[in-house]
Each structure stands twice: as C-alpha cells, then as structure tokens.
Design a protein around this ligand. Sequence first.
Ligand code: AMP
Ligand code: GLY
Length: 427
Amino acid sequence: MNILLIGSGGREHALAWKIAGSPLVTKLWCTPGNAGIAQEAECVPLDVTDHAAVIAFCKTNAVDLVVVGPEVPLAAGIVDDLAAAGIKAFGPSKAAAQLEGSKGFTKDLCRANNIPTAAYERFNDPAAAKAYIRAQGAPIVIKADGLAAGKGVVVAMTLDEALAAIDMMFEGGFGGAGAQVVVEEFMQGEEASFFALCDGEHALALATAQDHKRVFDGDKGPNTGGMGAYSPAPVMTDEMCRRTMDEIIHPTLRAMAAKGMPFRGVLFAGLMITAQGPKLIEYNVRFGDPECQVLMLRMMSDIVPALLAAIDGQLKNFDLRWFPDPALTVVMAAKGYPGDYAKGTRIDGLDEAAKVEGVEIFHAGTASKDGHIVANGGRVLNVTASGKTVAEAQRRAYEAVDRIKWLDGFCRRDIGWQAVKREKATR
Ligand code: AMP
Ligand code: GLY
C-alpha cells in the first residue's frame, strides 16, 4: 500500500515509525513532516489547506490511504474531500470533528445524552457570563469555545481570576476562539487520557495514558500542549475503562450517528476520574500528542489494518494486542515555550541518546540544517522509553535526555511521578 501521513509533530513521527513497520506498506510519504519523520518517510511540501492539491498528489502517486494526524485539517474537512474523490482517509468528517472544534457542541451533546461531564453554561456576552460566575462562585473553569491548541482554558481558583479570564477572552485573548465562552463546574479528581478507535458504530478501546499539561515540575506554570506522558494510566482500572466505554464513548457514538455525523477515527476523551466515576473534560478527534508516542511504543499489532477497519466500518470483530510493559515520554522544548522561543538552535547527541536500552526518540519541531538537527518549534523532541515498570522507563528516558546536548532546550524532570509514587507504595 501507498500511504500519505499528514502532520509534523511528535505524534506524527510516532505514527510514521509504526506505519513504516507494517509489512503492508510499500511507500510512505509525510507532509510536511520533520527531520525525524524523514528517516521513516519521504517528506513532501504540500499545502494541506489546498485539498485539491492533496487529492492531485494522491492520484499521481496512487496513494491508497491518507492518515491525518492533527485536528486543524480534520476541522477543515480534508477527510470529506478525500473521500469524495474516492481516496480512503483516516479521521473524522468535518461535521464529526466538531466534537473537538466546538466545546459548546460537545457540552450540548453530553447534556442531551446524559453523558457525565461538568455542569456548564454557554455565553456570547461578558456581562451575562460574569453574573453566572458570581452566582456560582470559585473555583470555576472558563473555556474559549473554538480551537486554541489546548491553551484556551482558565481554571480559576478565585472569583477575580474568573472575571479577568472573561475580559481576556472577550477582548480576543484567544482570537476568534473566544467569541463564545463556556463556563463550567470545577471537577476534582485525577485526569486520564482515554482513546477509542471508532468506525461510526463500533469502538475499540486503545491503551490509556496520562499526560502532564503544565510546563514546570510539580505540575506548575501555564498549560502547554503536553510536556510528557506515560501509558498505561494506573487510575484507569478495567472497571473504569468499562464505565468509560458504557457511559461516555458508546452514547457519544450513538448520538453522533443519530445526528447523521457518524464518528470514524480516534476519539480521545480527556477524563476526570471523580469520586462518582469518569467524567468527560473534553473530546479531541485525533491521537493525543505526546500520548500517541507512548501508545505506538506499546502497540504490538500492525496499526495499518486497524486504521483500515475503522474507515471500512469493520471494527466489530477487530482486536489489537499491546505490550504489557509501560512506556513513558519526556518532551524536550525550546526555552521560553509555551511563550516565545528561538528557532534554529543546534541539537547534538541524538545518536548516543538513542542507544539507551528501550529508547526511541521521536522528533516534533526539528529540521535538518547543514548536516545537523536544529530546533524548529516549541516542543522539539520526545524522548520515549519502555521498561518493566514506569520507574524503569523513566530512568531510561532521562538517561537518554542527559546524552542530548541542546543548550537552548529544557524538559520537566518529573514525568511519571504519579505512577512512580504508586509503584513505590505497592512494592
Ligand atoms: P481542556 O483543554 O478542556 O482539556 O482543559 C485543559 C485542562 O484544564 C484540563 O486538562 C484540566 O486540567 C483542566 N480542566 C478543564 N476543565 C476542567 C474542569 N471542569 N474542572 C477541573 N479542571 C478542568
Ligand atoms: N496531550 C493532549 C493533547 O494532545 O491534546
């Protein structure tokens, strides 16, 4: 098969690595790709917003399958246009991608279908939002309605913070994404990332993960796209996974099918595991980044037949096998991220780092320049390792991190702390 992968992050490097390992693949392209993906695939500079150009590339090169990594092309309807041109594409339609593209859409769907989530109201106007916040009190959570790269959320611990967040969003702090705001109940519990492969009707649960959204050790500082992750998430016991499928994933698939927007692709539920059980924080319509990196390391089965089964509505009798060993990934980011950072700084030592047992290094924002790897984004490398325990995977990942020479980079030093603490307690 000829496959085209769309994206340029660590998630796409992990997908490229896994797809390239499939005996079904003859040729793999990636657009735009990065310096790491270039080791697995031929990177081509297509304009992904120009769907006709992507279709023309697929026709010229006899592409059998397009795999879409990020949410932006999905929300722009690339899968609809590829399908209309007779090209198989993995990912949801534009209509189904609203589960991520509009928080209000998802909240309304939850309310109509009794899917457990935080109580909420939607607002177009700051005065009404503030009146509601004063009536509810703090802590309270304020969210921009549209896509904001995982950064459009303020968890306000005080009333003043909440009111300031309303002003910031309506004044355009998140651009167009903040023209509508969702105000919701603060939920207490442990977070987990839950992934289900969906074919419009059936869902297959994938491995679970936990990520670290805050930029600094101890889960401090501003939210980022994710600074590290590990799989499995110990809080997701078999019982919690079963409840998540029964109470959240299946009702969502039924509701989307009933609306005439069947969901095909990866449904990624951000969960809060509360005293009452799993509650939905938000949906994403793609693999998590960096969660995908640990999932790909743990997936034993070939991924390509699974992607095809999701597109073809054949997941009912499908299964995937996973390595039992946990995996952990540490994100190395450019100094300044998630704020301003420099590009073009040189990175050395990657080959030495990759020699550590159990380690795979996935590139995110990297480029090749004069025979060197240079930083080309905020999140730059994902140093990923498996081990018999999370503690062992963590030790291996940081041993590799310490071999990487990049003066302008930083990472958290405590990725996996919750799981390691649990392992110590049960030993
Ligand atoms: P989101 O972009 O919706 O995933 O939110 C980003 C982060 O904000 C989540 O990972 C949670 O840590 C936090 N968060 C979002 N909604 C809530 C909520 N209702 N209660 C508590 N924390 C929340
Ligand atoms: N790591 C969270 C996300 O991909 O949105």
